[in-house]
Design a binder for this molecule. Structure first.
Ligand SMILES: *Cc1c(COP(=O)(O)O)cnc(C)c1O
Length: 249
């Protein structure tokens, strides 16, 4: 089967976009004297052929938002892809994720102890590889955003989840770090992003309290450079690599 011209044009475009973003990530990280920053290519609503193009270019970390879409893509794409689930996670979907996606590298959007327990239990049932877990923090306090809140009650819930993640009982999850999106306003302001700052402050607090060395997942197409300057160790970039997304029907 021959490759069509439009397919070749698309491949070149993707590789070029990816390399531009990767170089920016490296450059900003270097200037911020930051350790290595991971670039997760967010491929939601984009075809598997796009992912395969970047895979053949050496990319392994991809982010997906929808359980069904991830399940389909994971079944047809190479098994050494490191999938990051970054979509809003319903409790009853933890089972599918943990049992069916053998190369699920990370779940970045966990916002309850219950979801930690479900993921751990179901991963254990298939004796699967350890899943790296990020707890999502609702740093902006917006109602439409998920994550542990920074209120007193939210903090209490967060500490409970952390205590479970670092316990003996939790063998199939590794507590990797904290994740946030932050508000649009903070993302577009010319001052430092206060939501990113809140995440970094919380990371330091947890590191100290639980003797950890957590990572931070923050920064998207719009604001990944600021995020790295403020200490992000993992950025999730979609549209700057893959182009604008079709609407989710
Ligand atoms: C879609 C999405 C991204 C990527 O967003 P872009 O603006 O396209 O880079 C990053 N993080 C999360 C949680 C997302 O849902």
């Amino acid at each position: 089967m021959s490759v069509t011209l439009p397919a070749l044009v698309r491949q070149k475009e993707l590789i070029s976009n990816y390399d531009i973003i990767l170089n920016k990530v490296k450059e900003v990280a270097l200037r911020a004297a930051s350790a290595q920053v991971e670039l997760v290519a967010v491929s939601k609503l984009k075809p598997s052929s796009d992912i395969l193009t970047l895979y053949n270019h050496g990319v392994r970390h991809f982010g997906e938002n929808y359980v069904q879409e991830l399940t389909t893509k994971a079944s047809e794409l190479p098994k050494d892809i490191k999938w990051h689930f970054i979509g809003s996670l319903q409790t009853d979907k933890c089972k599918v994720l943990a049992k069916n996606i053998e190369n699920l590298h990370a779940v970045e959007t966990i916002d309850s102890l219950k979801k930690c327990k479900k993921l751990n239990t179901h991963r254990q049932e298939v004796n699967g590889a350890v899943i790296n877990v990020y707890l999502q923090i609702n740093t902006s306090g917006e109602d439409q955003k998920s994550g542990f809140k920074l209120s007193e009650g939210g903090k209490k819930d967060l500490y409970e989840a952390v205590s479970f993640l670092v316990s003996e009982e939790c063998k199939f999850l590794s507590f990797e770090g904290l994740m946030t999106i932050g508000s649009f306003l903070e993302s577009t302001s010319s001052e430092q992003n206060n939501d990113f700052k809140k995440l970094v402050d919380l990371k330091k607090e947890l590191d100290e309290k639980f003797s950890l060395s957590l990572k931070t997942s923050m920064g998207m197409s719009n604001d990944f450079q600021d995020a790295i300057r403020q200490g992000s160790t993992s950025v999730r970039v979609g549209s700057s690599i893959f182009g604008t997304r079709p609407p989710k029907n």
